[in-house]
Design a protein around this ligand. Structure first.
Ligand code: YXS
Length: 259
């Protein structure tokens, strides 16, 4: 399990993102580490998991590892992309996952956090949905994760501006559960985890799955799905997508032309 630390105390598991050199970018290796840790905790009968970055992290996660995104001609967020595996694993694992946030959360890491069951952040935390920053066509289930966490108008603002929003605003609009002073964040999160761990795990596990199935029950016709997938292809085959990825790698501002 590269780039993460795993601990368990009774029925409470803790997974720490620990690749500060790459700002905990969600690389294939780091994602595999998180998925492996969740599976181990499930087997070890953990009843709740805290997912966090290293204490005092300035960046919780910089999002998908841009170096692992294709530069065009291929869906950058297809079914088998590591980020998609991570979101599905968080959503389907039996234990509630509490995202404890310090620092900035970027791009696919925002979806990862919103796929968690409960989100508790310190006042300095921020959340930025970044596909428009790089010219990326976000995928359908990913957009549904955002739509489950905030109103359509808020999702549009986050997606179209790609600008970070504060933890306070995220709490005010119901996108996250709590904002807690940095010095109390760990104790508050552990307190909630302990309460959950002392409740009935079967009941909680079934309610988590019920809510996942019901929240995901959105009627999209086959034609509607094919249309959206076709539109996404226009984006990932575009000059702008290639330019967004190249500009990031060359550390310069992208010049988008709408082609
Ligand atoms: O120059 P070196 O080699 O040290 O590397 C730099 C950055 O290139 C690297 N890094 C990343 N590498 C791969 N993927 C990333 N997402 C990523 N982010 C950063 O880490 C080293 C330190 O970065 P630097 O110098 O920029 O640090 P900073 O403290 O000045 O700024 C921190 C950030 C997070 C504000 C800045 O690194 C940044 O804006 N990162 C990109 C955030 C972002 O746009 N993430 C979205 C990734 S794409 C994604 O998640 C989805 C596909 S989507 O976009 O559709 O949501």
């Amino acid at each position: 399990m590269d780039f993460i630390k795993l601990a368990q105390d009774g029925h409470i598991g803790t997974i720490v993102l620990d690749n500060p050199k790459k700002l905990n970018a969600l690389s294939h290796d780091l994602v595999d580490g998180i998925i492996d840790a969740l599976k181990r905790l499930e087997e070890a009968e953990a009843r709740v998991v805290i997912l966090r970055a290293q204490p005092g992290a300035r960046v919780w996660s910089a999002g998908h590892d841009v170096g692992e995104l294709p530069e065009g001609g291929r869906d950058p967020l297809g079914w088998d992309d590591p980020l998609r595996h991570l979101v599905r694993t968080i959503e389907t694992c039996r234990m509630p996952v509490i995202a404890m946030i310090e620092g900035g959360v970027w791009g696919g890491a925002v979806e990862t956090v919103l796929a968690c069951d409960i989100v508790i952040a310190s006042p300095g935390a921020t959340f930025a949905v970044t596909p428009a920053r790089l010219g990326v066509p976000y995928n359908v289930s990913g957009m549904m994760t955002f739509m489950s966490a905030a109103s359509l108008r808020i999702v549009k603002e986050l997606a179209f501006t790609a600008a970070p929003i504060s933890a306070e605003r995220a709490e005010r609009i119901g996108m996250i559960n709590h904002v807690v002073a940095a010095e109390q964040l760990e104790a508050f999160t552990l307190g909630m985890a302990t309460t959950i761990a002392n409740n009935a795990p079967l009941s909680i596990g079934v309610m988590k799955e019920q809510l996942r199935v019901l929240a995901g029950a959105k009627p999209v016709s086959p034609r509607g799905f094919e249309k959206v997938q076709g539109l996404r292809r226009v984006v990932y085959d575009s000059h702008d997508y290639h330019e967004g990825i190249r500009a990031f790698k060359e550390k310069r501002a992208p010049v988008f032309t709408g082609r």
